[in-house]
Design a binder for this molecule. Structure first.
Ligand code: 5GP
Length: 190
């Protein structure tokens, strides 16, 4: 998606070998007009699917997810992160290892907000090794909800998440695909 790639080129900063900082438009300061455009693009890409609900993980998935949900006219639910959790009968829980923070969080969704048979679209800001998406898929499975697809704002094709989801036959749509970081510059895949 050209406006997203242009924005990454303009405002993204490469940290080390494999992290892109986008905190001035996506996950700290948020550009709502860009988020709205991303949300509309997700709705277009998944237009052939009936979607009942959009799921994401707090906090950085919330902005794109809420605009995708707005464009699809469905609710958005975000999994809450907890450092430690006492298993509760009222929620679905999964472990997610954070690529950027290098720690494991438990993520949970209250059972009141996810139901058997619901068709859910998973949205996240980044796809790296696929841990966050896997956690949401585990939660959906526990609820007997059906994951109809995964929408990603920025996919890093050189990490293993995309290949893993492709192997599982998951429909993944990424709005920007990064093939590499070279000398502090972003190299896009397409
Ligand atoms: P994964 O679970 O696929 O390994 O990593 C995805 C999660 O880690 C996303 O929810 C995102 O918050 C974070 N993440 C992964 N790579 C990056 C990155 O390059 N930049 C930023 N800002 N976050 C990332």
């Amino acid at each position: 998606m050209k406006i997203l790639e242009d924005r990454i080129k303009q405002d993204g900063r490469v940290l080390g070998e494999d992290v892109l900082k986008v905190d001035n438009f996506l996950n700290h300061q948020v550009d709502p007009e860009l988020m709205q455009a991303l949300g509309e693009e997700f709705a277009r890409l998944f237009a052939d699917e009936k979607v009942d609900k959009v799921l994401t993980v707090e906090s950085s998935g919330i902005a794109p997810a809420v605009f995708a949900a707005l464009a699809l006219h469905v609710p958005m639910v975000f999994a809450r992160k907890k450092k430690s959790i006492t298993l509760s009968a009222e929620s679905y829980v999964a472990d997610v290892y954070s690529f950027t923070k290098q720690e494991t969080n438990h993520v949970m969704i209250d059972k009141r907000f996810l139901h058997e048979g619901e068709r859910v679209l998973l949205i996240d800001d980044f796809l790296a090794n696929g841990q966050a998406v896997t956690g949401l898929m585990e939660i959906a499975e526990a609820a007997q909800a059906e994951v109809i697809g995964v929408g990603i704002v920025v996919e890093k094709t050189f990490q293993k998440g995309r290949a893993m989801l492709d192997d599982q036959g998951v429909h993944v749509e990424s709005l920007a695909r990064i093939a590499a970081f070279e000398n502090g510059q972003v190299v896009f895949a397409d």
